[in-house]
Design a protein around this ligand. Sequence first.
Ligand SMILES: NC(=O)c1ccc[n+]([C@@H]2O[C@H](COP(=O)([O-])OP(=O)(O)OC[C@H]3O[C@@H](n4cnc5c(N)ncnc54)[C@H](OP(=O)(O)O)[C@@H]3O)[C@@H](O)[C@H]2O)c1
Length: 335
Amino acid sequence: MTSTDTFNALLLQKGDPRPSAEVVALNTVDLSAGEVLVAVEHSGLNYKDAMVINGLGRLVREYPHVPGIDLAGTVSESRDARYGPGDRILLTGWHVGERHWGGYAEYASVNGDWLTPIPATLDARGAMIVGTAGFTAMLAVEALEQGAITPERGPILVTGASGGVGNLATALLSALGYAVTAVTGRPDNAGHLEALGARSIMSRAELAARPSRPLLSERWAGVIDSVGGDTLAHALAETQTRGVVASCGLAGGTELTTTVIPFLLRGIRLQGIDSVQYPANDRERVWQRIGNLLTTEVLERCLAEEVGLSQLSQRADALLAGQVRGRVLVTPKDG
Ligand SMILES: NC(=O)c1ccc[n+]([C@@H]2O[C@H](COP(=O)([O-])OP(=O)(O)OC[C@H]3O[C@@H](n4cnc5c(N)ncnc54)[C@H](OP(=O)(O)O)[C@@H]3O)[C@@H](O)[C@H]2O)c1
């Protein structure tokens, strides 16, 4: 790659009410001076990417901006002794795609500390079908394990099950032998969720209201929640004694109105999940585990669609409208 060669990138410019997005030709001198230049094969579309593309949540402060919180590909050039040309790497989090230019470009210039080797059991495509969504799902599964929630303890509730985190959580839990109850607002997706391993399907409406009492019948040994709001409050009231609830997301709201009663009378643990700043020195282990648990067949089942950069604005809107099922794989070279 010479400084005169150009490559595709999705560039956001400040706009009102939302940023404008255009596929442009950049060259490497346009990129920030990171230590590692990565040839990006794939990225993904996460909920946060959709927020960035729509200018929501004040996630991006400086424009122009290249979004894409995930990327996977090959090291092209490196000034970091840990990486050399040809190394197969992935990157999720570290505010890439928010504060730093991200994966919606054929090249990205990044900090070596942010990189994780792609496990031997995955390729760049598989790694980006997993993406931040699947990494988060694995961290949530590990939060249940750290709270001694084994498959024998009882069923696990997965909310927002048709989404990226929900699909991957369902698949990972099923691979580990847990009985998953998948919550969805889209009954048409029931067959898909069962194919990922869900043992039963529950309507989103059943959990959508604030619980009528602080404690309801004990149902769930654990919960992986992407929705937040009253859904999370309801799930807390139905969690078994000494159960663990992993709070991952806010697809249904950021407010949480609950009481301390589930914590005091049932010893329930509410564990927050932060995939962005998860310690670098433990990421390779987590990714190895993901690669060992998910077969190519399961990963392809989690894949909703494959898009180029020019389709991202439209797909971001669809994702925020709750119309995407599973993961969206992005291939920057397709423009
Ligand atoms: N903590 C972290 O580090 C981390 C990392 C990744 C993602 N997240 C968060 O996790 C959440 C899910 O991310 P994602 O990438 O999986 O997004 P996604 O693909 O859009 O999935 C969200 C799912 O939630 C359900 N949903 C949407 N709107 C809802 C509403 N108003 N009420 C109830 N359910 C609703 C839908 O599933 P159904 O149609 O099946 O109901 C939807 O598919 C987001 O809030 C994201 O910001 C957090």
